[in-house]
Each structure stands twice: as structure tokens, then as C-alpha cells.
Design a binder for this molecule. Structure first.
Ligand code: ASP
Length: 623
């Protein structure tokens, strides 16, 4: 508990303890102290009441005897949970049989002599201290936690996570400062710039009809800082993306954004790896940091997809995808053969062996896994079980002749189950990757106690798009930037990239942790001519590129240095470090899944006068 003096209690008379040692109450035994905090628990036994008083530093028992101090009676009567109070009393050792070993301060109590109610609290909408700090559905669930976020923030779990987040950020500052990085803020009212999502727009009052956008990331500003000679920049940047509610996303989030000049991709990755290890060491402690295996494994995008069916593979999961083309070709299973023959679609056949999964994989489970595969575009999910000496069920009958060869090749044992993906390469990999993920959890193959970092490198620079024209105003060329438009292609692709954009690999790298994409970055383009060619491929011909991105092209023509950088999702990082699976648990005031803040009820209506000032008129409501 924090000993403090903000209250109107009469001043301390007998306190002689060292004021700086204010968290260790045992060292205060015999001294009078003042505590401020909230009431977590009340037990009344006749004239004696026990209160558990809580603040962010901890919790302690106040013992109140109204026989000895009758003047405390009326206040004690009024006390309810979460009242904010101040108490003055003597710290004393509890009798041995009254000590509570489960409580950090369980050996002592504060025998209260004065009490002041600083504020009352209405009946609580939910109980703050629940098992694992979760407010269950019966309590109104998440909506209630968000509405009364200030109450939820008082809970021990939320406070621990907010503190963890602070310590994480503190270590980032410390580490980057020691490595000559400068923290520089970039504007949050900027020009609309496509970076994968829809922009949030802010109307300009002075420039009627014109809009600022909130940054999806500080990408171009950090590149301009490099042109400005301020190499080694970083910032904990607030970023905004107007996306449809999907999974665990927030419309505003925090990125640890950084950029360096005169570096190669490996320099950026080395720095990030050192940073992660220092964070683990300083924030989670040496025991956790020893679990990190360095260097972090590196996989190309191609390898990640081929082996794990994901560009953010969870390497704690030992299951791997393997190629099955050789056996598919030799079989008379038409579907697989057709798929392989379709070279235009880059068809492939892959297999995933689930060891000893025979019992678990009932028809119902297989149907569920098939549904999962279909979410990634697969038309179905072929499977078979390994029996003794033959395949058993599913598509096994097409492969009986090759049973021995297949068994030897994949080290099969009776009881294993095989799942197949046969499709366009991306679909086959991703669908089987989703099955791998589900099975990893269901078969308990994941060691939850480890942290598996990995680098995924050399992503495609462009992805095919079949959109007519997207909301960023580009013309439809059939290609969009896979990451963003400022990433450097690997040199071997530059000369001919217009001929086959889909084949171009970029100097783009992602950091993955336990199956989450933690961050991504790239070496950037720093020459205007190359940047213009990229703009052109993704649908910004020269004149439009000049109109929208003239400023960056011009900067590139003024001695822009080679540079590259990275951005880490800070919320996600804090979430994984806290052992949670929702970023809402590490954000003080998150939005709900519909992008609303239930705390202040934003977005909210504005007055007609506010709109008139901006010269904005709402469209008539559509029926
Ligand atoms: N701006 C990029 C993003 O937000 C990160 C980077 O390339 O540095 O994904």
C-alpha cells in the first residue's frame, strides 16, 4: 500500500518511519500511517470490523474497533464496497492464528484510529475481483466492463497489465535511447494515404471540402525523417484504421514505429531481436528470457507457407505440411491429378500428418476441420486414417497400392490421420494451415509456456486484386501492394517487374510470435524513378501519383538515403506478454468490436451548428 497524506485527517503525530519505504508495511510495525484507497471487502463482527483496503500498490486489512473508538461508528456503518476512504492507524502484527499467508501483507493489519470517507460508491454493476479477473456473462460481460471501465481498471488483473504495459514501454525507451534512437512525434492530421485500410477522415473547417486523415501509420513521415538526416527514429505511434469489425482489432492502436538509414534488412532485424530479448529480460525476468532461442528462426514466406500453411506460423506447433505431389501423380485419384495438371493455377497437393489423432478425429471433428479449411477457400478436406497395413476410410482406397512407400516417406504409424490440401498453392497451404492450427490446440501439442519468435522474410511485393477500383482511388491494374507501396523489391526482380508482378519478392520481413504477426517492416525504396514504377503497377499512373504523392517523390529526388524500418504492434506485444488473448485486456480504454467506446459513448452525434461550420450536410437517410 502507498502511505499517503491526501485527506483531512489530523496530521500524523508519531510517525517516524522512513517515508520512502512505503510499500513494505511489515517494516512499519509500531508506526502510525495514513492510507488512502478503496474498500475491497468488508466483514463486520459486532464492534469489530475488518476492511480490506486496496490501491494500486497492494492491499491491507484495516481493523476497526468501535468500542475502543466509538467516534468511528457512524462512518463504519456507512461503508460499502469501493468507497474511497482515508484511514489513519498503527501497523501491528496480527496474532499468529489470524495471519493470512495468501495475502502479501497478511501478517499485519492497520489498527484504525481515524477514518474519513472521501467518496461513496454506488452499488457495483459487477464484482471487481473475479476468478482470473474475468467478468462473466452473468455479470453483463464485456459491455459492462467497458461501460464502467474505471471500475474494471481498479481490478488487480487490469492494474497488473497496465503496469506491465508501462514497463514494456519504459524498456523500449531505455533500449532505443541507448542505441542512439531519437523519439520524434509525427503529425496525426495528415493527408489521406493508402496503407491497406480505409482512412478515418477529419474535415477541415478552414479549407472547405478538404479533409485530413488520421494516420494508418507514420510511414511516409518516418521516411521523410530519414531524408532529413534524422536516422534512427522511433515513436510509440497512435495509428488509426477504419476497418470492419473483425476479430481482435481496434480502430486505434499503438505501434512501436522505427526507421534507420544506411541499413540492410538484417541490421533492422538484429536490432529488433536485441530489443525483444531486452524486453523479455527486463520485464518478464531472466527465467522467461532464457526460454527465447536465438537467433530467432528465419523462414522465407515460401517456406512458411509450404511448411506451416501460414505467413505467421506458430512454431510451438510441431505439425508440418508436406508435399504429396509424387504420390498423387502415381495414383488414379482424378481430383488430385487434375489439380496438379493445372499449372496455370499453380496447383499443388499437400499432406498433413496428425500423429495418433485417429481416436480424436471422429466424423464430427473431421467435418469441423473441413469447415475450417473451407474458410480459406478449400472446396473440401480429403482425409484418411492409417490402419495396420492399409489406409482406412476417406480417400485411402486410392492410395492402398502405395501404402508402404507413403508410410516410409512420412514415418506413418497405425492410428495417424492424414489430411490433404489440393488446390491453388496459396489455398492448399492456407486451408491445411488452418487445420494444422486447430489440431495443434485440440491435440494439446502446444507448449503454452514457451515463446516462439520467428522471422518471415521475402514476402511478395504485389498481390492480385479483382476489385474494380478500391476506396483508395487507384485504377484497377489487377495488382495491389501486399504490404505497402514503399517496400523495396529484391534487386533481381527490378528490371522486369512489370512483366510478372506476382513473382516479385520484396525485402519485406515480419516478426511472428506464437502464431501472431507481431510486426512488419521492410527496406524502402529511396529513388523516385523506382517508386514511380511501383505506383504505376498498383494503379497510380504518373499524373495521379504526382498529385497524391508528389511530396515523397520530390523528397526522394533530394538526396534520400537508403533506409528501412519496422513497426511492432505494441498492444499485441503487451497482450502476449500478459498471457491474454484479447488486446482489449491491455488497453486502458478500448473500443468494443463495433468500434464504439462504451465508456464515453463515442462515436456520438454532433450539433447541426458544428456540421454547418464544417459545411457538411448529412445525406437524407436511406429507407
Ligand atoms: N508502416 C508499416 C505498417 O504499419 C510498418 C513498416 O513498414 O514500418 O505496417
Amino acid at each position: 500500500m502507498q502511505r499517503s497524506h491526501y485527506c483531512e485527517l489530523s496530521p500524523l503525530k508519531t510517525d517516524t518511519t522512513d517515508q520512502t519505504d512505503n510499500t513494505n508495511l511489515e517494516s512499519c510495525i509500531g508506526h502510525t500511517i495514513i492510507l488512502n484507497g478503496w474498500i475491497k471487502k468488508i466483514r463486520r463482527h459486532g464492534a469489530i470490523s475488518f476492511l480490506n483496503l486496496r490501491d494500486r500498490y497492494g492491499e491491507v486489512q484495516l481493523t476497526i474497533d468501535t468500542e475502543q473508538y466509538p467516534s468511528l461508528g457512524p462512518a463504519v456503518e456507512q461503508l460499502r464496497l469501493e468507497f474511497c476512504i482515508a484511514a489513519q492507524g498503527i501497523v501491528q502484527l496480527r496474532p499468529e492464528n489470524m495471519q493470512n499467508p495468501l495475502m502479501h501483507t497478511g501478517k499485519v493489519e492497520v489498527f484504525t484510529e481515524q477514518l474519513e470517507i472521501l467518496n461513496s460508491c454506488e452499488p457495483l454493476p459487477f464484482m471487481l475481483q473475479k476468478e482470473k479477473d474475468q467478468v462473466g456473462e452473468s455479470d453483463g460481460g464485456e459491455a459492462l466492463r467497458l461501460k464502467y471501465r474505471y471500475l474494471d481498471l481498479r481490478s488487480e488483473g487490469m492494474q497488473k497489465r497496465i503496469i506491465l504495459r508501462h514497463r514494456l514501454k519504459h524498456q523500449v525507451h531505455e533500449f532505443l535511447h541507448q542505441n542512439q534512437f531519437l523519439e520524434i512525434e509525427t503529425p496525426t492530421l495528415i493527408r489521406s494515404m493508402p496503407e491497406g485500410a480505409r482512412d478515418y477522415l477529419v474535415p477541415s473547417r478552414i479549407h472547405t471540402g478538404k479533409f485530413y486523415a488520421l494516420p494508418q501509420s507514420p510511414q511516409l513521415y518516418k521516411q521523410l525523417l530519414m531524408v532529413g538526416g534524422l536516422d534512427r527514429y522511433y515513436q510509440m505511434a497512435r495509428c488509426y484504421r477504419d476497418e470492419d469489425a473483425r476479430g481482435d482489432r481496434q480502430p486505434e492502436f499503438t505501434q512501436l514505429d522505427l526507421e534507420m538509414s544506411f541499413v540492410q534488412g538484417q541490421d533492422v532485424r538484429q536490432l529488433i531481436e536485441d530489443l525483444m530479448c531486452s524486453i523479455w529480460h527486463k520485464v518478464l525476468g531472466p527465467k522467461q528470457s532464457r526460454k527465447l532461442s536465438r537467433p530467432f528462426p528465419r523462414l522465407s514466406y515460401q517456406e512458411a507457407m509450404n511448411q506451416y500453411g501460414s505467413d505467421k506460423p506458430d512454431l510451438r506447433n510441431p505439425l508440418q505440411l508436406q508435399d504429396f505431389a509424387e504420390f498423387a501423380e502415381n495414383s488414379d485419384f482424378g481430383l488430385f491429378r487434375q489439380c496438379l495438371a493445372d499449372s496455370a493455377k499453380k496447383g499443388c497437393v499437400k499432406v498433413l500428418v496428425a500423429p495418433k489423432a485417429g481416436e480424436y478425429c471422429s466424423r464430427k471433428v473431421i467435418a469441423e476441420l473441413e469447415d475450417e479449411a473451407k474458410k480459406y477457400g478449400a472446396k473440401g478436406l480429403a482425409w484418411t486414417r492409417v490402419g495396420s497395413g492399409s489406409f482406412d476410410g476417406g480417400i485411402g482406397r486410392f492410395f492402398q497400392e502405395q501404402f508402404t512407400a507413403i508410410s516410409q516417406r512420412y514415418g506413418l504409424q497405425a492410428g495417424d490421420v492424414l489430411f490433404f490440401g489440393a488446390d491453388h498453392w496459396t489455398t492448399a497451404c492456407e486451408a491445411l494451415g488452418a487445420v494444422r492450427k486447430k489440431l495443434g490446440t485440440a491435440l494439446n501439442l502446444i507448449d503454452k509456456d514457451t515463446f516462439a519468435f520467428a522471422w518471415v522474410l521475402d514476402f511478395p511485393l504485389f498481390l492480385p486484386t479483382d476489385k474494380e477500383a478500391n476506396d483508395t482511388g487507384t485504377a484497377n491494374t489487377g495488382w495491389a501492394a501486399a504490404h505497402h507501396m514503399f517496400c523495396m523489391p529484391h534487386p533481381e526482380y527490378i528490371e522486369t517487374m512489370e512483366q510478372d508482378p506476382g513473382a516479385v519478392r520484396g525485402n519485406i520481413y515480419d516478426l511472428v510470435l506464437n502464431g501472431y504477426e507481431l510486426g512488419s517492416g521492410s527496406i524502402r525504396i529511396h529513388r523516385a524513378d523506382l517508386q514511380e514504377r511501383i505506383f504505376d503497377i498498383v494503379g497510380y499512373p504518373k499524373d495521379i501519383a504526382q498529385e497524391r504523392f508528389g511530396f515523397i517523390l520530390e523528397a526522394f529526388r533530394h538526396g534520400a538515403p537508403p533506409h528501412g524500418g519496422f513497426a511492432i504492434g505494441l498492444d499485441r506485444l503487451a497482450m502476449i506478454m500478459a498471457g491474454k488473448d484479447s488486446i482489449k485486456d491491455v488497453i486502458a480504454f478500448p473500443k468494443n468490436n463495433l468500434g464504439q467506446s462504451l465508456t464515453d459513448l463515442s462515436p456520438g452525434k454532433v450539433t447541426p451548428e458544428q456540421l454547418a461550420e464544417l459545411k457538411i450536410a448529412p445525406l437524407p437517410e436511406q429507407k
